[in-house]
Design a protein around this ligand. Structure first.
Ligand code: HSE
Length: 312
């Protein structure tokens, strides 16, 4: 029987994971967005409601990441149905936790379910990226791909999708600390220098290769040696008050590595479970010294991506 509605959840995500600018990301399902897609008699895509940690998100579908993503899906499939979207934001705006990507991913997963799954999950990637581009101003999938597929994901190509999930050692815990401030992804991208020094590129390539090899080999020592962003983090650190102290606190607490989550201001660290309380407490205390109230979350990297919550 044809559906009238479908609701999907998509997790938060950590873009770059320090060493893979715009190509590596991990899901963080402690937080996430929900989108309900409902058939409508009005043609096209409509944003019927935005609730939760919504801020002032645009209601015009072409300017909203969820709306734009579903427009892309409808255009590609030639399906003429009208769809109304209700977006429930669980990810704070401008937090560096992939909120715009999560809304786009939840929207295409819900709409695809509603329409009888005309697209494979891999085909949904390009539509979700088309949506996320509205917010970030650039076409990259390091938040969209992990939100869609779950886990630690490297994106080699968007359309057609070329993504690979990387197994993270089960001992690894991810600590995410979100200071209560807004940072614009567009601004955090605008300040980046267009050129990279050759020696930095070489170190970053070695670190990306080392992190992926360390994950496959379950080698925490190799992960510790590799989880260091020498290319982007030094340029963005000044946008986050206290970043150097937050990172120092994470490393002093035993973290394997610590860097900016996506474009920031959230900061993440990988560590072993026993170290997680010291890492997390040290990071939040460092933000507090800069008068920033910060919320910490700890979770395994896991492998759960977007999924359907409800349909009928
Ligand atoms: N890779 C992106 C960045 C993530 O760091 O700018 C945010 O869209």
């Amino acid at each position: 029987m044809a559906l009238r509605f479908a609701t999907a959840f998509a997790p938060a995500s950590i873009g770059n994971v320090a060493v893979g600018f715009d190509v590596l990301g991990q899901s963080f399902p402690v937080l996430g967005d929900r989108v309900r897609a409902e058939l409508s008699s009005l043609p096209g895509v409509r944003i019927a409601a935005i609730s939760g940690l919504a801020g002032d998100l645009p209601h015009e579908p072409e300017q909203n990441t969820a709306g734009r993503a579903v427009q892309s899906l409808l255009a590609a499939t030639g399906i003429a149905s009208g769809i109304a979207l209700a977006i429930e934001k669980g990810i704070p705006l401008g937090s560096g936790l992939g909120g715009s990507a999560a809304s786009a991913v939840a929207a295409v997963v819900a709409a695809n379910e509603l329409l009888g799954r005309p697209c494979s999950r891999a085909e949904l990637l390009a539509h979700a990226v088309a949506g996320e581009t509205v917010a970030s101003g650039s076409r990259h999938a390091d938040n969209v791909a992990p939100a869609l597929f779950g886990g630690l994901v490297v994106t080699v190509g968007i359309d057609p999708a070329q993504v690979q999930r990387i197994p993270v050692p089960p001992a690894v815990r991810c600590v995410v600390v979100h200071p209560k401030m807004f940072l614009s992804t567009r601004e955090a991208r605008r300040i980046l220098r267009p050129e990279v020094r050759l020696e930095d590129a070489i170190r970053q390539l070695a670190n990306l290769a080392g992190l992926i090899a360390g994950c496959h080999a379950n080698d925490l020592g190799l992960i510790r040696a590799s989880l260091e962003d020498v290319m982007i983090e030094p340029q963005r650190a000044g946008l986050i008050p206290g970043f150097a102290e937050v990172k120092a606190a994470a490393l002093a607490g035993g973290a394997l590595g610590c860097s900016i989550s996506g474009a920031g201001p959230s900061v993440f660290a990988w560590c072993e479970e026993a170290m997680a309380p010291a890492v997390s407490d040290g990071m939040t205390a460092a933000f507090a010294r800069y008068a920033l109230d910060a919320t910490a979350h700890v979770a395994p990297v896991g492998d759960d991506g977007a999924h359907i919550l409800d349909r009928g």
